[in-house]
Design a binder for this molecule. Structure first.
Ligand SMILES: Nc1ncnc2c1ncn2[C@@H]1O[C@H](COP(=O)(O)OP(=O)(O)OP(=O)(O)O)[C@@H](O)[C@H]1O
Length: 830
């Protein structure tokens, strides 16, 4: 049984078991203890308690009982009939309640009639967790609420009463997970950037940690929720804050019958994970042995203590900032860049600065701003407090962070000054000329932001400079190695949610990219079929086109695109980057693309009307997802028959979506032949003026729909009386002869009503004016309705109407994006 109702009792020894037998609720004793507690545990060979009711009031005998009290509350009594725990709901709409132990491990009290429903819930254990964060639980994040401590550790291994350590969220300046020891911070995850917690050094190596970990959109109270769901629903996972003050992520290993630790924080082998171990303005490095180093431009505040390894006093500035001097009229302060660090704590968000430069300028303009960073997925971050808890991160610390220094402390200038002195002392008067020349260069100030001294991933500035000057290629590899989640120059760096492919294994999978494995050539590069060792078939797109984006943006885009999942989109499985070689890995579609069947007399036999209709509906669904339902709002821009791939059951899957994003809006420069091939699908406003919107995709969808119906390429009409498929379709439709448009191979087998409805929808989609075209949501409704009321389409007459089209569209308030910008907009708080 998984339900307890009024009048029933769960006695010590009885249990409730969730329907799928994953969780069990009953009385238990911790190890080495005889005290009894009501709890919920994972029902596996090594029982794992995930929730405890009476953690403050243990029962000393085996005679405790759980009931539903007369007032409707869940109550636990001991053998003397004393109340030891209650769900404590003060008011019920009806006191006829019941509670169910759900398969998620949530114990839910609701009114008897709505048991198992999501509404009518009076109380649930997920809203009153103890020390365990289970999949599906939600931890609120809201700046108005502030720090939220959701979980409290047990006092000791065998005492569930609340201990000193708590875990929760600090929503300020980019949400972070915090472990507190009483009121002091003990560990923090670093700010969440929509993909990872930026300060968890090995997070990118722990695929299962992130899988499904997300921050929801804000609800009506502006609260967001951290939650997670395992990628593999049969995985038994839990996060638990241990009585030792460490957060463990555990997974049940059924083969070995044990709970394995996926991660542990603070990591006992890395003391830099302990909060602010090195004090302010210092970085902590654990790569060889533990060391604390003042940031460049700072020195230990208490040198004696510092040299004895007592770092808590931290560091102080060597030279006061220019902006703090009352009489200062000299050069403005500058910024020094750092990479490979866990960003300091106590940041503020400054959302009105929308790029790195604006962020830097805003920081420079505010004398109390000590540092800034512009982080994709977070935005402009500024630090106005002392910079605390900075540590080196090996791989995932690719974020660049800039802290403020007096201009004389900036690297380049000091080095040049030293060089000048050396040259003067060594070669005398002649060299003085050279020195003066160098000084002249030194004097030449950059425009805009004052000097920013930056460096690649490094342990220490001087090392970085050395690497740069010794070898250009080393510098490059150092730069690349800061990135996470992708194959970087042969090193596999996993970023969860984006499986990683090693170039070597891709070469093996595709027979060394042999001609025999080549599936075709698109505008972005050649596509090869591959087979992974486990037998999984893949398609590898070897990108030849140049992206106008930097490596980091390129990767971020891929991670975002890979998150888009819909049964009518081709799944992007991952990517591989090695030097200049960039590849995208997709699921393999055994039936190639729609054009392969549709435009071939023999093969089109496979496409009967039912199949074509389901292909049309599938494309519409996929496009609607891109336009409206995905987290990123994507305009495809290149919808056409060759971009509709077919799986083994001839289900359509849209491919090449997000290319505009991956290519930074540059995809039409990828291959001009491709643009010509695509031309017939382009809406008038896009083809002629480069204006695109969701409605230009609707136009392409209309062309594709008409092609599917007539079984001919739109370009095949060029040399004929009707210069295009669209005018041909219009003429027939207008003369009430629309059925003549239908491919003879399906004319007899189709339902004329369905067919005419589809042609009508197609005509609505290819109207000249974007304003008159339906949205994909409307198209979907029309397709799904048996006898929809359809508006009359206007005659498409492209050229003659050109002048009025865009005026219409703009006055309609539609978003028009010029082709110089990106097609994709993040949907914020829909
Ligand atoms: N995931 C896949 N599974 C099977 N075949 C694929 C896959 N992706 C692409 N192909 C095949 O590879 C060929 C090239 O595809 P690609 O998408 O690069 O170019 P395209 O759609 O023909 O042109 P464009 O780049 O202009 O969109 C196509 O013929 C397609 O059938």
């Amino acid at each position: 049984v998984d339900i307890i109702r009024q009048g029933q009792t769960v006695r010590d020894g009885d249990t409730l078991i969730s329907e799928a037998e994953i969780f069990e609720l009953g009385f238990f004793s911790p190890e080495n203890s005889t005290l009894r507690f009501l709890g919920i545990w994972y029902k596996v060979d090594v029982k794992a308690v995930v929730w405890v009711a009476n953690r403050n009031n243990p029962i000393s005998g085996n005679d405790g009982a759980l009931r539903i009290g007369v007032d409707g509350n869940l109550v636990v009594f001991d053998g003397n009939n004393s109340l030891v725990w209650s769900s404590n709901v003060s008011r019920f709409s009806s006191n006829n309640t019941a509670a169910i132990l759900q398969n998620s491990g949530n114990f839910v009290l609701s009114s008897n009639e709505s048991i198992g429903d999501t509404h009518g819930v009076h109380w649930q254990s997920f809203s009153h967790p103890t020390d365990t964060f289970l999949p599906g639980m939600r931890v609120p994040v809201n700046s108005a609420i502030g720090e939220y401590r959701a979980f409290t550790a047990w006092k000791s291994a065998n005492d569930p009463s609340p201990g000193n350590y708590t875990v929760g969220v600090d929503p300020h300046g980019g949400p972070q997970i915090i472990i507190w020891d009483h009121i002091k911070r003990r560990w923090r995850s670093g700010q969440w950037n929509s993909v990872i917690f930026t300060g968890v050094s090995n997070m990118s190596n722990i695929a299962s940690f992130l899988y499904g970990f997300k921050l929801s959109q804000p609800d009506e109270n502006r609260t967001q929720y951290f939650t997670y769901n395992p990628s593999n629903p049969s995985d038994l996972l839990r996060f638990r804050v241990g009585w030792d003050g460490r957060e463990h992520q555990l997974r049940w290993n059924e083969d070995e019958k044990k709970w394995e630790d996926l991660q542990l924080h603070p990591d006992p082998t890395n003391r830099c994970e302990l909060y602010n171990l090195c004090g302010k303005y210092a970085t902590c490095d654990n790569s060889n042995s533990l060391s604390c180093n003042c940031l460049k431009g700072f020195r230990p505040k208490f040198p004696d203590q510092w040299s004895r390894g007592n770092w808590s006093g931290g560091c102080e500035r060597k030279i006061e900032l220019q902006c703090q001097r009352t009489n200062g009229t000299g050069e403005p302060d500058g910024f020094k860049g750092l990479k490979c660090i866990k960003l300091p704590d106590l940041s503020n968000l400054f959302l009105s600065a929308s790029n790195l430069d604006a962020c830097g300028r805003s920081c420079l303009g505010n004398c109390s701003c000590n540092a800034y960073a512009f982080v994709s997925g977070i935005g402009c971050m500024m630090w106005t407090e002392d910079l605390v808890d900075i540590s080196h991160l090996d791989q995932s610390g690719s974020l660049e962070f800039f802290y403020r220094l007096h201009h004389s402390e900036l690297d380049g200038r000091r080095k040049i000054s030293k060089l000048v002195i050396i040259i003067i002392s060594l070669v005398g008067a002649c060299s003085l000329m050279v020195a003066l020349w160098l000084l002249w260069i030194y004097k030449k100030k950059p425009k805009g932001l004052p000097a920013v001294s930056s460096m690649p991933c490094c342990k220490d500035n001087d090392i970085a400079v050395l690497v740069q000057s010794k070898s250009k290629s080393k510098e490059l590899s150092a730069d690349l190695s800061v990135s996470s989640g992708i194959l970087i120059d042969g090193n596999q760096v996993n970023r969860p949610e984006l499986p990683i492919f090693n170039l070597g294994s891709l070469a093996a999978a595709t027979n060394n990219f042999s001609e025999g494995n080549r599936l075709g050539q698109g505008g972005f590069g050649a596509v090869y079929k591959g087979e992974l060792p486990g037998g999984q078939e893949i398609a590898v797109k070897r990108l030849s086109a140049k992206s106008c984006q930097g490596l980091e943006e390129f990767k971020n885009e891929i991670i975002l695109i890979a998150k888009l999942q819909h049964r009518n989109l081709v799944r992007l499985l991952g990517c591989s980057i090695q030097g200049d070689e960039k590849m995208l890995i997709y699921e393999y579609m055994p039936n190639k693309s729609l054009d392969y069947f549709l435009f071939n007399e023999a093969r089109k036999e496979k496409l009967d009307w039912r199949t074509r209709l389901s292909i049309i509906e599938g494309i519409a669904r996929g496009l609607l997802y891109l336009h409206r339902d995905s987290r990123l709002r994507i305009i495809h821009r290149d919808l056409k028959a060759s971009n509709i791939l077919l799986d083994g059951e001839m289900n359509p899957k849209i491919s090449d979506f997000g290319m505009a994003r991956i290519f930074g809006g540059n995809q039409h420069e990828a291959n001009t032949v491709r643009v010509v091939g695509t031309y017939g699908y382009m809406s008038p406003e896009y083809a002629m003026e480069g204006l695109f919107s969701v409605k230009s995709d609707v136009y392409s969808f209309g062309v594709l729909l008409l092609e599917i119906i007539c079984g001919r390429r739109n370009t095949s009409f060029r040399s004929m009386e009707h210069t295009s498929l669209i005018t041909y379709a219009w003429d027939l439709w207008n003369e009430d002869k629309a059925m003549d448009l239908v491919d003879p191979s399906i004319r007899d087998s189709c339902s004329p009503n369905e067919m005419l409805k589809c042609i009508h929808i197609g005509m609505l989609c290819v109207q000249d004016s974007a304003m008159h075209r339906p949205t994909m949501a409307a198209v979907m409704l029309l397709l799904e309705s048996e006898t929809p009321t359809l508006p009359m389409p206007r005659q498409p007459s492209y050229a003659s109407m050109r002048s009025s089209i865009d005026a219409d569209f703009i006055s309609d308030g539609h978003e028009i994006v010029s082709s110089n910008n990106l097609t994709v907009t993040m949907v914020v708080g829909r």
